[in-house]
Write a protein that binds this ligand. Structure first.
Ligand SMILES: [Zn+2]
Length: 207
């Protein structure tokens, strides 16, 4: 029985020919798990007759979901009319890179969209289901500096958001887990504790 999942994150923008090659090579190199963005067409059945999908099923590859998917949970398009959902930098709200996690409205939108995306992809995932919710690439520590958020480190703000998604997931599938990264520079920064269905990824480079 396989216990270790050697994963490969599939670029959402890659075309089917690229996927054929990538997945073929990945299998050759001992990869047994693919991670697709929750918005990936793999989950939408559009590609069901494609070669790469057959490769996945013929090789019994594990399927996981997520990655850098926060923009799905809080779409940037909301910025125009509800900029207070987004992060503050030097007194100004910014649409890019994360959001204001102490705003209850932000949290309720993230919960609502987590529910939507999790339920959409659950069926195609391999149990026990593993989701990945990573901070934006290259901007892991870019979070909100509004008066309410200032009390929390970037890693804690990130964890507030991941915990929100974790609560939603726990109701949909009690066995499912979310992998998150702990990038807090201060190891004793005790404030926000991770939910029981969160699993810490070893190091950022590891995932
Ligand atoms: Zn804030």
């Amino acid at each position: 029985m396989k216990h270790i999942r050697n994963r490969l994150f599939i670029d959402e923008k890659s075309n089917t020919a690229e996927r054929d090659t990538t997945i073929y090579l990945a299998v050759e190199n001992g990869c047994n798990t693919l991670v697709f963005s929750m918005n990936d067409r793999f989950f939408k059945n559009e590609n069901k007759n494609q070669k790469y999908v057959k490769l996945i099923y013929n090789n019994a590859i594990f399927i996981e979901a997520g990655g850098h998917d926060f923009p799905l949970l809080l779409p940037e398009s909301l910025f125009l009319f509800q900029s207070d959902l987004f992060r503050m930098e030097q007194g100004k709200r910014k649409s890019k890179h994360h959001f204001c996690p102490t705003n209850p409205k932000t949290i309720s939108i993230i919960a609502e969209n987590s529910q939507k995306y999790f339920s959409r992809v659950l069926q195609k995932m391999t149990a026990p289901r593993i989701f990945h919710l990573l901070p934006n690439k290259g901007h892991e520590e870019t979070w909100c500096a509004c008066p309410a958020c200032r009390a929390f480190s970037p890693a804690e703000q990130y964890l507030i958001a991941v915990n929100t998604a974790a609560d939603v997931l726990a109701k949909l599938d009690r066995e499912a887990r979310i992998m998150y990264v702990d990038f807090d520079a201060e190891p004793d920064a005790e404030g926000i504790s991770p939910r029981g269905n969160l699993v810490k990824a070893a190091v950022i480079g590891d995932i």
